[in-house]
Design a protein around this ligand. Sequence first.
Ligand code: NDP
Length: 333
Amino acid sequence: NKEILFKKPPVGPVTDDTFELAETAIPSAGDGQFVVQAHYMSVDPYMRSRMTNVKSYIPPFELGKPLQAGIVGEVVESNHDKFPVGCYVSGMGNWANYTVTDGEGYNQVPSGPAPLSYFLGILGMPGMTAWVGLTKIGACKEGDNVYVSAASGAVGQVVGQIAKQMGCHVSGSAGSDDKVAYLKELGFDQAFNYKTCGDLNKAIATANPKGIDVYFENVGGPMLEAVLNNMRFNGRIAACGMIADYDAASASDVSTSPRNLPIIIGREIKMQGFIVSNHTKECIEWIQQGSQWITEGKLKYRESVAEGLENAPQAFMDMMAGKNFGKQVVKLV
Ligand code: NDP
């Protein structure tokens, strides 16, 4: 068994010395426990905040202990009635080949048309986030003009496709021309490269000729300020993430945007943050709706797959730097 330990809290962007690879014995199952051999492990932006000792909705990683991640894999030893040997499960595990657990927060995953890794992506936490943020927090409805940032990523590509299914005008931005081409393939009405577009305000206006009813916020920073200028009366902003500021080493490094916040008053804009795990009912709803759309061939999902646990730290750093193309996972088996 291999594990990745949390060695040193990063200051600014994460570097190799944040992590340490360790060889350990395969754990065994105690009373009421089972052992999962992870086939895939997820790396996600929220992990960056767990590397910092600030008060948050989720506790920081413990120094010297394995980091944690969403995993999907096979039960290989079990003393648990609900999770027999041979079944496939998803839940929170260690950055490791094997995890022992009492099953809290675990679900069995069906063997069906969806690949196993999808339970870390479109049929897992990121897919649920897209559904909750767009339909519940953003109160999106048919005919709305929807704009999503980090649009080709784990969450963003699902947001755009759901909005198309709902009959919306959909636009998105991403950090490379390849990613923009992919958004067009997915059926986005408009897409642009926010790194090369020049004036962000104008690029957003061109991509959203009627203005924006629902902004699905994944990045924050200067993007949010430019979006506010383009919001329509009664617009909604689903504040999902603000990755542009996650690497800030101190409060003074956090971007000062948006400087035009008073716009939300005159245009009666609602902006609401959310944490996906607080919206269980809608998460379950998504598993049904998303599975159905996948079976019907109505959704596509792109992934970046790194191979081997030892490459998980690099996969995480690459994802934070935008080198992933779609949902970043690590394949372990
Ligand atoms: P992605 O797969 O989208 O990967 C992160 C992407 O962020 C990168 O590929 C890069 O894309 C983009 N990015 C990185 N730095 C910047 C920057 N400075 N400015 C603009 N874009 C940047 O990640 P996820 O889909 O998993 O997550 C997207 C967002 O959703 C994150 O903010 C995350 O924290 C949030 N989230 C929130 C949840 C909740 O419950 N509230 C749950 C899950 C995710 P590009 O090449 O396009 O720049």
